[in-house]
Design a protein around this ligand. Structure first.
Ligand SMILES: [Zn+2]
Length: 560
């Protein structure tokens, strides 16, 4: 399978001395933040690691998310999908993978499985998920995969250790991680295992996270470091405390719940995503003491000073509970003087403006806001340079592929390796490139051009690129619909109906002039060539509008 692929790419035929034994093709996540997905192939079997979505820009006209073009996966017919952790940029596109490969075997940790099952429930599909656990090897035809315990901002995040049957080559894929030995809720990254497993292989390829390579924090703070800050904030004389966070960070939710209990405060999860993630954690018995959690906002006096509200919408989401509360539109929580809002999160690039709008509204209503620039209320889930060094020291790679990051971050990661670890070879590749390892343990890269992502809207429906272009035009220029009754053509005045959509009053007041323009056109033109007339009229009407407005609206003409 791998040989055919290699030849298809126009490479010289292989001899027995030079046969690819392993390949890595990133489908998403390299050169962008999101849609993490990698196709890994041995000589006879392929599997997919993660299947994430990319969140859309603000100007994406209602689409829910983007996914990579999955057609490239067809030639490999992957047998399995392995999930490293349950973040949306790693599991969000699972519906589309299942649709393409209904028989694919899905493997995930218990927590990730629960999150995927929730998704399947709303998508009305049912697929059995096979549980995976750290240090439990999964055997494939000519290689094996072993999950490795790591730390991140969501429970049960795994690295994946690939071992070729040839015994001389191994690879460790650690997409999102940090080294956290002070997290009170999970054990630190399994460095001992990583050290031991890599020893027996002469070629050791590491794929590692580039997200924070430019961060000022050389060592990413621990989840445990935040406890002191929360204790200090909860001990002060604020009224209600709203904490907004990435809802999947169950560790953070636990810190808030436990600190609230310590200061005799009640916790109320508020907003769909906070409630859903917390419920999943409770189902899996990850929250030991639920006694301080109020499950229904209706059962409390929402003005009670003793409340800590864990609230959804930390990225300023338009439908988020935080925005609703900040803008005074929430039915239960109105901001009062003395309320504190803790932003226990960081803006995902692009969301800064939305978040600062919310902060302004909080202050205008008498509240106060605290972010990570005021005190340590957020710890990233990604590695600083020190975390990367810890991983490199443990795995001792011969080669590294920087992953999980925009192009400038992948290249900064490469520079970091070249500078501090000159013996390690760094390979910067992008989505849809291939990296092949042959039986002589030589590495070849094939730089196929990337394919543009696909837009998904509504009930997981693909929206073709042209449709998005049309939406952009409709949204930016407005629209004029004109119906012309065929039987009325040739009479003194044609029977016309005009409808304006998203156009200013100025042009709507010119309805009679537009009608005159159409009648005048038909007075001079043969009336049988409808398609030609349509085009000519469109040009004339758009030109007329442009003179008045300075832009040309979309014009639809229908002969009925
Ligand atoms: Zn993640």
């Amino acid at each position: 399978m791998l040989q055919q692929y290699y030849l298809k790419k126009g490479n010289r035929p292989m001899t027995s001395r030079n046969k690819p034994i392993f390949s890595i093709i990133p489908i998403g996540g390299l050169g962008q933040i999101g849609s993490n997905m990698t196709l890994i192939s041995g000589m006879t079997e392929s599997l997919i690691v993660d299947c994430g979505i990319l969140f859309p820009n603000e100007d994406s006209y209602g689409i829910n998310y983007l996914i990579p073009d999955l057609d490239i996966l067809e030639q490999s017919s992957p047998s399995s999908l392995i999930i490293t952790h349950g973040h949306e940029d790693h599991i969000g596109a699972i519906y589309h993978i299942i649709k393409k490969f209904p028989n694919i075997k899905v493997l995930a940790s218990p927590f990730s499985s629960k999150l995927i099952e929730r998704k399947f429930k709303s998508q009305k599909i049912s697929v059995k998920i096979h549980p995976i656990r750290p240090r439990e090897e999964i055997i494939f035809s000519d290689f094996s995969v072993t999950p490795v315990q790591t730390n991140h901002s969501i429970p049960e995040t795994f690295g994946l250790f690939f071992k070729s049957k040839l015994q001389s080559f191994c690879s460790l894929l650690i997409s999102d991680f940090k080294f956290d030995d002070k997290n009170p809720y999970e054990s630190p990254m399994d460095l001992n295992y990583i050290k031991n497993i890599s020893q027996n292989f002469s070629k050791r390829l590491l794929l590692a996270d580039s997200t924070n390579i430019k961060s000022k924090n050389e060592k990413t703070p621990s989840e445990g470091d935040l406890i002191t800050t929360f204790e200090s904030l909860f001990s002060q004389n604020y009224k209600r405390i709203f904490v907004t966070l990435f809802p999947s960070n169950i560790f953070r939710q636990k810190t808030v719940i436990q600190t609230a209990k310590k200061f005799n405060k009640k916790v109320i999860p508020y907003g769909r995503s906070v409630e859903n993630y917390l419920e999943t954690a409770i189902d899996l018995k990850m929250i030991e003491d639920e006694s301080g959690i109020i499950k229904s906002v209706k059962s409390i006096n929402s003005k009670d000073d003793n409340l800590v509200i864990i609230i959804s919408g930390c990225q300023g989401d338009f439908k988020g509970a935080l925005r609703r509360v900040a803008s005074g539109e929430d039915p239960y929580f109105k901001i009062q003087e003395g309320d504190l809002f803790v932003f226990s999160s960081t803006p995902i690039p692009g969301n800064e403006k939305k978040i600062s709008q919310i902060m302004n509204k909080i202050y205008e209503s008498g509240g106060e806001a605290i972010t990570n620039s005021d005190c340590l209320v957020h710890a990233s889930g990604h590695p600083g340079k020190e975390d990367l060094k810890i991983l490199y020291d443990a795995f001792n790679p011969t080669d590294i592929i920087p992953i999980h990051g925009e192009s400038h971050l992948l290249n900064a990661h490469k520079d970091f390796i070249n500078e501090l670890f000159p013996d390690i070879k760094a390979h910067v590749i992008y989505n849809f490139n291939s990296l092949l390892i042959d039986n002589n343990l030589e590495i070849t890269t094939i730089n196929d051009p990337p394919k543009p992502p696909l837009f998904i809207h509504g009930k997981e429906v693909l929206l073709e690129k042209d449709c998005l272009k049309q939406r952009r035009k409709l949204a930016s220029s407005g629209c004029l619909f004109i119906s012309i009754k065929i039987e009325s053509l040739g009479k003194k005045r044609a029977n016309l109906k005009l409808e304006f959509f998203g156009l200013p009053q100025l042009i709507q007041d010119k309805e009679d002039e537009i009608k005159w323009l159409i009648n005048n056109y038909f007075a001079k033109t043969k009336i049988k060539l409808f398609e030609k007339s349509k085009e000519e009229l469109k040009i004339e009407i758009r030109r007329f509008c442009n003179k008045l407005l300075g832009y040309k609206p979309i014009v639809f003409i229908h002969f009925i």
